[in-house]
Design a binder for this molecule. Structure first.
Ligand code: TYD
Ligand code: MG
Length: 465
């Protein structure tokens, strides 16, 4: 590394921000104490002998855009409908997908199941682990099921060797578990450091694009919720999926954060069982499991997760504060939004909420920021404040504005249809959305669903309480 000047650079481990000197706070992501010093190695990124990318070094020739051939059928099904949907319809050939999540959430299990399905369908798959021994992986695989002989396993962390194996084996799909354990000999810093992770990803990206191999990277998440070290990774890969879930609940949610081949607002719901992850096709039913009957402060809202309607329960607990300053807490809902909605309620309906503690919870550990849950929060708070239980077969959705008006939201029909499918008999929704549902003949509400269109918060109080 003796190259005249001592060359080191400081990186933010959270977002990859580069700086010539150490800083206490990162100007990029505002995190504290995230800077680490690493040697600068710029040799291998440009190819040369190191890194050895696609092996081809011809002069680049521009292509006529109109003549670029695209084949739609290049997508491989993962054998799991939930995952396919989040990916935008399956795995794109030559794509690089990052699967992030907390340790123990089930990333390795998910990808092992993908490998099993792909190899079972006759595709060649290579699973590369830098964390576990073949015996450990076999133990997990045994719980999942039988694997075909097209599924190969490699326990290795040296990226140069890995690249050689991928080039000689030419598998259709490769899993790297995890990117933070991989190291490149051309980079002198430790595995998991910003420059190692960046460099490894860039090598794998060029392998993926050059050979048409679909690559999955497992990335660990730090407590801040970003992939450890490099958020830079997110910019380099084609697709970023995050695997989330409550530590104590068995279901897991796979969320698309970035997708160059599809939409990002889809989620997939899975449940961790003894034999691996199982898809949850009927997510609404799952989310409403164990709902209290005839309890005040509980209401079901219809929210949209991508193209799919999902019913979730919102609970509120409002009680007189025993301290000077009332406590407020939101779990799963936006805290500022909750305060705003309570201020609207106080102003428009004259309720004395300022002297009340209030807790709002979206059950099931989901985090929903869609404004369509506003009406649910308002109704739950009202119900708890008045200690008045609602019809358990009531569903609600709608955005609440600052003047207490109930504003229309998108896809009203799908939401009503989902509520009806799960046996709800009444739906309270914005007046404009109710009109929209009525207008379309043959709409879902015709099966006996009672539609209540409301224009203001006062309307809601008049109709429900
Ligand atoms: P794992 O895939 O190792 O997590 P990650 O790779 O994200 O760190 O999953 C680990 C957890 O999943 C572990 O606590 C055990 C549990 N698990 C099951 O409950 N059932 C199963 O069939 C398997 C394989 C794992
Ligand atoms: Mg793992």
């Amino acid at each position: 590394m003796a190259k005249g000047r001592a060359s080191t650079i400081f990186y933010c481990q959270s977002c990859g921000y580069e700086s010539a000197k150490w800083m206490g706070q990162c100007p990029g992501c505002r995190e504290w104490n995230t800077f680490v010093e690493e040697p600068t190695d710029r040799t291998s990124l440009t190819g040369g002998s190191g890194g050895g990318l696609s092996g081809r070094r011809d002069r680049p020739v521009p292509t006529v855009l109109a003549q670029v051939a695209v084949r739609e059928e290049d997508r491989l099904s993962t054998g799991m409908g939930e995952l396919d949907r989040v990916l935008g319809g399956g795995i794109v050939q030559g794509s690089l997908t990052l699967v992030g999540g907390d340790p123990g959430i089930g990333k390795s299990t998910l990808l092992l199941q993908v490998c099993r399905n792909l190899s079972g369908d006759g595709h060649s798959v290579l699973y590369i682990s830098g964390e576990e021994s073949p015996a450990q992986i076999k133990m997990r695989a045994d719980r999942i099921g039988e694997f075909s002989s097209r599924m190969l396993l490699l326990c290795e962390t040296n990226l140069g060797e890995i690249a050689q194996v991928i080039r000689s084996q030419r598998p259709e799909a490769v899993v790297i578990d995890s990117i933070q354990t991989m190291y490149n000999e051309n980079v002198s810093s430790a595995p998991g450091s910003v420059s190692q992770v960046r460099e490894s990803t860039s090598v794998l990206m060029q392998l993926a694009k050059g050979l048409g191999v679909s690559v999955f990277l497992v990335g660990h998440v730090t407590k801040e919720g970003t992939v450890a070290g490099p958020r830079v990774l997110e910019h380099m890969v084609d697709t970023v999926l995050y695997f989330e879930g409550e530590r104590h609940a068995s279901y897991r949610i796979l969320r698309g954060v970035k997708n160059r081949f599809g939409s990002t607002d889809e989620i997939g719901v899975f449940e961790m069982r003894e034999r691996g992850l199982e898809e949850v096709r009927n997510a609404s039913e799952y989310m409403l499991n164990g709902r209290p009957e005839n309890a005040s402060g509980s209401v079901v809202v219809c929210t949209m997760e991508g193209t799919r309607p999902l019913l979730v329960e919102i609970q509120a607990l409002v009680c007189h504060t025993s301290f000077g300053i009332p406590r407020r807490q939101a779990t799963g809902a936006d805290f500022n939004r909750m305060n705003l909605l309570m201020a609207v309620l106080e102003k428009r309906s004259g309720m004395q909420l300022a002297a009340c503690d209030a807790y709002v919870n979206i059950t099931g550990g989901l985090r929903i920021l869609e404004p369509a849950v506003d009406l649910g929060v308002v109704i739950a708070v009202l119900s708890s404040f008045r200690n008045c239980a609602l019809n358990p077969r009531l569903a609600a959705f709608g955005e609440v504005g600052l003047s207490g008006e109930i504003r229309g939201v998108s896809m009203a029909k799908q939401r009503v249809a989902e509520a009806e499918r799960l046996g709800f008999d009444t739906c309270i929704l914005p007046y404009v959305s109710a009109e929209e549902c009525r207008r379309g003949s043959g709409g879902p509400h015709e099966g006996g669903m009672k539609i209540i269109g409301v224009k203001t918060v006062q309307d809601v109080i008049d109709r429900l309480f």
